[in-house]
Design a protein around this ligand. Structure first.
Ligand code: PRX
Length: 656
């Protein structure tokens, strides 16, 4: 990093204070086997898609999905409403299962699963097809039809994927709710979606303890009047209350059904799932995705970004409760005939080396995880990594937040042994699949940059006036043309869809993130629009200041926010977790370090040491809450997605 403050500022543009100079081209050995072998190849493919997106996506869909009936129109675009592959009939469960079995992959392992206590299962594509069909028959027996909503609150077991695919098989719409949410959150989502059926388990294992999921579900169902039945998977075997007439054991129902169930021939635009994501305030939004476009986009982006090879053991550590689990545990990799590893439990149980033990045991080749996990591994210490042979890994991925260059370098060196490319994938629940990422054989990486858009994706960076900003300056990241994986709306609230994503910059999809493009055309995500800090008229992005802090060897994690300042408008407050002990000297040292790394303007006025940062259950730092603490305000807005409530109390106690 070096100093680079451009002090001229036009309307709504964001200053950049960080320049990352390091460049990592893919190794020749990696490049030789990969699908895209050079920047030129990528560029040709990308340019062809931009020149004629209809021809591009039409060809992709014809070649990469199974069609019971061919589509007759590729796209009907009436901004903001997109309909893809009209007239066609397909089925996502068929594309994930039957298509692979028919192609000769019936005996290939589809899912390798490890439970937290250590048991393991391997399920072939044929077995998965049978399990899914059997459970699809259970759904039908319970009166579930195409278009009905099924609420799923389950641990990361193969049955979670089976449940999703069984819904897809008969055209039911799944709504997966992460199995850490409260009864209240489940009930809210069930009521919003009008869910008819609840799927859950007796419990799950987390850090060696049993969490009784069914008890939470019972509370939720007492407030979910639309739910008629509840199917319970026996996972842990604990004492579980069952309500007669409503509750049924999974294994009892399944054992009575046939293991054959033909996949429904569904319209391309029939709804596949709803996935709730927290807006920064207010009620959660049910993001609506449909069948063909989503399925195609998840499959192709999986193949491109993870450079899928037939013998890969691919591990995405995300839970199916998040979009990453939908697109890159289930629909993407299974459509591509991949072998997917699923792990049920915590990364630090029974010890901090669990992930590395798993990588070594199953010879994982591709690992896709989140910056919050990477920062935890760094904090836990290298000894846990060094105990294990990670030589099977060939590619690493990151998703969910920006990855600070320092954490990127650690991931590259300690986990990737310096030989594995890192795909920093930028996308959202709303986008359905990865939008920007290196294609690892073609695009040299820069630590902290998601590099280039994928084929068919046209990003634009605009200022408050809706005009594109100058190259190098930050602004709002928008997407200019529709893509097959895009959300189709917000469940039951089309006005909110229009207002939130399509109103501020007419004709373009507003992502809610800021970004800039560097002189090589690489994109750098600068954080959420709402998190920008305005110091003396200079709009700064959170991630750049955080990255400067994290580049200090004493720092494990950092979050910065603006707080009111009479002179500067806003001053920077930093919340920092340390690898070792705190001291006054270190506080001074950190301020100087930031000043040296990125300049005086970005020097925090206030540094607070804390043992943990408030995060969402998917691991994102909740800067909104820190903003309130930094400015001494009472908490406002929704805190229901906060992972650990005690963190807030601790932060308040830490206040000077
Ligand atoms: O702010 C961006 C951040 O996560 C947001 C999307 O969150 P969600 O819908 O929960 O989906 C997470 C999994 C795709 C984005 O608007 N984000 C996600 N990936 C990155 C990122 N920020 C920077 N770099 C990324 N690679």
């Amino acid at each position: 990093m070096s100093q680079n403050v451009d002090h001229s500022n036009s309307e709504g543009e964001i200053d950049t204070v960080m320049v990352e100079q390091r460049l990592f081209p893919p190794a020749d050995e990696f490049r030789a086997k990969s699908q895209f072998k050079s920047l030129e190849e990528y560029q040709q493919f990308y340019d062809a898609a931009v020149a004629d997106p209809i021809a591009f996506w039409s060809a992709q869909a014809k070649e990469h999905l199974h069609w019971f009936e061919p589509f007759t129109q590729t796209l009907d675009w009436n901004c903001p409403n997109a309909r893809w592959f009209l007239g066609g009939k397909t089925n996502a469960s068929y594309n994930c299962l039957d298509a692979n079995v028919d192609a000769g992959l019936g005996d290939k392992v589809a899912i390798v699963w490890e439970g937290e206590p250590g048991e393991t299962r391997q399920i072939t594509y044929r077995e998965l097809q049978e399990e899914v069909s059997q459970f699809a028959n259970v759904l039908k027996r319970l009166g579930i039809h195409a278009g009905d909503v099924v609420s799923i609150y389950m641990p990361m077991t193969p049955e979670l994927a089976i449940a999703m695919l069984a819904c897809a098989r008969i055209g039911a719409v799944h709504s997966v709710i992460f199995a850490g949410f409260s009864a209240e959150a489940i009930a809210d989502r069930n009521n919003d979606a009008g869910a008819k059926l609840q799927l859950t388990s007796d419990g799950l294992y987390r850090r060696g303890k049993v969490l009784p999921l069914k008890e939470t579900v019972d509370q939720a169902l007492s407030k979910s009047p639309t739910v008629e039945n509840c199917v319970v998977l026996k996972r842990v075997g604990n004492e579980t209350p069952m309500t007669a007439g409503r509750d049924h054991w999974w294994h009892e129902l399944a054992s009575q059904e046939s293991r054959t169930c033909p996949a429904e021939q569904l319209d391309s635009e029939s709804p596949l799932f709803i996935l709730y994501t927290s807006g920064s305030t207010g009620k959660p939004k049910g993001i609506r995705h449909t069948t063909a476009g989503y399925n195609l986009y998840a499959k192709r982006t999986f193949q491109w970004v993870f450079d899928h090879q037939a013998d890969d053991i691919y591990w995405c550590t995300a839970d199916c409760g998040w979009i990453t689990g939908h697109s890159y545990v289930v629909y993407g990799p299974l459509s591509a005939g991949a072998t997917v590893l699923m792990y049920e439990g915590a990364p630090n149980y029974p010890a901090e080396d669990r992930f590395w033990e798993i990588v070594e045991k199953y010879r994982v080749t591709v690992l896709y995880t989140a910056p919050t996990a990477i920062r935890a591994f760094i904090k836990w210490g290298d000894e846990h990594v060094e105990k294990h042979d990670l030589s099977s890994l060939r590619l690493l991925g990151s998703v969910g937040e920006g990855i600070n260059p320092q954490a990127w370098m650690w991931y590259h060196e300690k986990i990737g042994g310096g030989r594995c490319p890192i795909v920093d994938t930028w996308w959202q629940t709303e986008t359905g699949g990865i939008m920007m990422s290196p294609l690892p054989g073609a695009i040299a990486t820069k630590p902290g940059s998601c590099t280039k858009p994928l084929p068919g994706i046209v990003p634009k960076i605009v200022g408050e006036d809706g005009m594109e900003v100058h190259r190098g300056r930050g602004g709002m990241l928008c997407i200019d043309t529709p893509w097959p994986g895009m959300l189709r709306g917000i469940w039951g609230d089309e006005q909110r869809y229009q207002d939130q994503y399509w109103s501020k910059v007419p004709g373009m999809y507003l992502t809610g993130d800021n970004a800039r493009q560097d002189s090589d055309g690489y994109y750098w995500i600068m954080g959420r629009i709402d998190d920008v800090i305005n110091v003396s008229g200079h709009r700064l992005s959170t991630i750049e200041v955080e990255s400067a802090l994290v580049s200090h060897p004493a720092v494990a994690e950092a979050a910065v926010v603006g707080k009111p300042d009479e002179i500067k408008g806003q001053a920077i407050a930093a919340f920092v977790t340390l690898r070792g002990d705190a001291s006054e000297e270190l506080r001074k040292d950190l301020k100087l370090h930031v000043r040296k790394e990125i300049g005086a303007l970005a020097q925090p006025d206030d540094i607070r040491f804390t043992s943990a940062l408030p995060k969402t259950r998917s691991g994102k730092i909740m800067r909104r809450l820190l903003r309130d603490i930094a400015s001494g305000k009472e908490q406002s807005g929704d805190t229901s997605t906060l992972e650990d409530y005690t963190v807030l109390a601790k932060l308040r106690d830490d206040e000077e």
